[in-house]
Design a protein around this ligand. Structure first.
Ligand code: MSP
Length: 513
């Protein structure tokens, strides 16, 4: 079985500081990366910044800075955000790095060699904000301004010499590929959008610009820079040292297991990118998943709409794990989600503080007092204990399968139900009334602690810091967290002492208004 897993986030435009939408893509990718890691996979997790193109050049000009100087500053804020979000990314790529430029120029030459590139002239609409070409049918007029219908960003007319990629040639092979690889585009509804777009006919794609200079030069023609999307998409292989395809890094991790992206950039990833790869005779990624948007007041967050939510402000107020939990649980994965402070506070209070935090505190306090701070050794499981413990063993394969289908909603529901059941078990079994029957008391404590351990393992991909903190009860370290051991019902028999831990989540005082 292939035990390598390569996951990527989109590389972000460093045109302004990061917002909640960027944080969302990264947190979700980190969830998958951590899950696979504790399931024994060798994980390569890539994120980074997309630094060329007119959008960045103009943003830099506005600040009176040279583009690279501007990118250096803002790219740093994205790198810092990766740390603040506690991402386990194994690489951070900037498209202004030389390793990337070499790859992009090599890919260009490959496309050229295979006769997929020709020189002509582009006359049409272009959105600098989306860095995308639009046809007449894809634009509309709002208040006298021409905008792209899909994104509502303004478009401008471009009339210039340009290199083209023979995208039309790849229409049939792409459709065949989607057919043969039904899991390539997810979720299903997004796949249907892509397939009907391709079926409606693909036009050749302009892949160079001549009227500005901030980009990677076209090999052999210094007057052109390579279209920023061809440049950016290549990051997924330049980070694996393409064209060194025989080397370990590339061989281990390409094709990527999953490109995680927002639904706004699906066309680039599910049509253009696979077409470039087909043309260059490189394997295609296994999956492209287009998640929904984080909405702010029912609209997609964006700088131009002025409705940006700052993830760092929320983290400073509520803590990172609260935000990670909230985004993973409350934004039904694959769909858009509205973010609300009230729901965030409810989540912290009910799920994190009550269901998880309280359970940990209650059972450890009870065990410290009644079991001499030790994991009970003499125990005898009855039917109730077996039932609640075996629920993990019985579902582990299903959990793995669901995660391979990106069913995060299943995963989080499994945890929420487990916590509910665990609290109910502890209450129903009433260990405080079993002081005359120490074998039973000890078995209830052991069983509940086992569940705390199992749930903490499962929570690790979502709230890593708090999971590690909870596992200090047993002196279990991060490196010891592994998924398959949730099958084991007496894992804790190798542990001796029970440690007292600080409160995991403080309840938020809700203001009555
Ligand atoms: N640079 C391109 C991606 C190139 S990938 C080869 C780009 N950058 S971006 O910074 O504008 O946005 C990147 C991603 O951020 C989006 O695809 C999406 O994953 C995420 N989000 C940006 N705004 C978002 C929301 N409001 N909600 C959720 N995610 C969104 O596009």
């Amino acid at each position: 079985m292939d035990k390598n897993f390569y996951i990527t986030t989109p590389i972000y435009y460093p045109s302004a500081k990061p917002h909640m939408g960027h944080a969302y893509s990264s947190i979700i990718a980190d969830f998958f990366a951590r899950f696979k890691k504790i399931d024994g996979f060798n994980v390569h997790f890539l994120t980074g910044t997309d630094e060329h193109g007119l959008k960045i050049q103009r943003s830099a000009e506005k600040k009176g800075l040279k583009p690279l100087q501007f990118c250096d500053e803002i790219s740093k804020t994205f790198r810092n955000l990766s740390e603040i979000l506690n991402l386990t990314n194994t690489d951070f790529i900037r498209t202004t790095e030389s390793r990337h430029k070499t790859s992009v120029q090599h890919l260009w030459r490959e496309l050229e060699k295979n006769d997929d590139i020709y020189l002509s002239k582009y006359s049409g609409w272009y959105s600098v904000s989306d860095e995308a070409f639009y046809s007449e049918e894809e634009i509309e007029e709002i208040n006298g301004l021409k905008v792209a219908t899909s994104s509502k960003s303004t478009v401008e007319w471009v009339d210039e010499e340009s290199y083209f990629f023979r995208l039309s040639k790849w229409e049939k092979p792409l459709l065949e590929f989607y057919e043969k690889n039904p899991g390539f585009i997810s979720p299903e509804a997004r796949k249907n959008e892509v397939v009907s777009f391709v079926k409606s006919g693909l036009k050749d794609l302009s892949i160079s610009r001549k009227s500005f200079s901030w980009g990677i030069k076209v090999p052999g023609n210094e007057n052109h820079v390579i279209y920023v999307w061809l440049d950016a998409l290549t990051n997924y292989i330049s980070a694996l040292n393409y064209p060194n395809t025989k080397e370990k890094l590339f061989k281990s991790f390409w094709p990527a297991s999953i490109h995680l992206i927002g639904k706004d950039i699906l066309r680039f990833h599910a049509v253009y990118w696979p077409a470039f790869l087909l043309a260059a005779k490189i394997d295609l990624p296994k999956k492209v998943y287009g998640h929904g948007w984080i909405l702010s007041g029912d609209e997609k967050m964006s700088k131009s709409k002025g409705n940006i939510l700052d993830p760092i402000e929320i983290i400073n107020e509520y803590g990172l794990d609260s935000l990670r939990y909230y985004l993973i649980k409350e934004v039904s994965f694959g769909n858009d989600g509205n973010i609300s402070q009230e729901r965030l506070e409810d989540c912290i209070n009910s799920d994190l503080a009550n269901n998880f935090g309280n359970l940990c505190q209650r059972v450890t306090a009870f065990a410290i007092k009644n079991c001499d701070s030790k994991i009970p050794k003499k125990i005898e499981f009855n039917k109730d204990d077996h039932k609640i413990l075996n629920n993990y063993k019985d579902n582990i394969e299903l959990i793995r399968k669901k995660i391979d289908n990106q069913d995060i909603n299943f995963y989080i529901n499994f945890i929420v139900n487990s916590l509910f059941e665990a609290n109910k078990y502890f209450n129903d079994q009433e260990p405080w009334n079993k002081k005359e029957d120490l074998l039973r008391l000890n078995t209830i404590v052991f069983t509940t602690l086992e569940i705390v351990r199992k749930v903490s393992f499962l929570l690790y991909p979502i709230i890593p810091e708090s999971s590690i903190k909870a596992l200090k009860i047993f002196g279990i370290n991060e490196a010891d967290i592994n998924l398959s051991s949730i099958e084991n019902n007496d894992f804790l028999s190798k542990v001796d002492k029970i440690n007292k831990i600080d409160i995991l989540f403080k309840k938020i005082e809700k203001k009555d208004d």
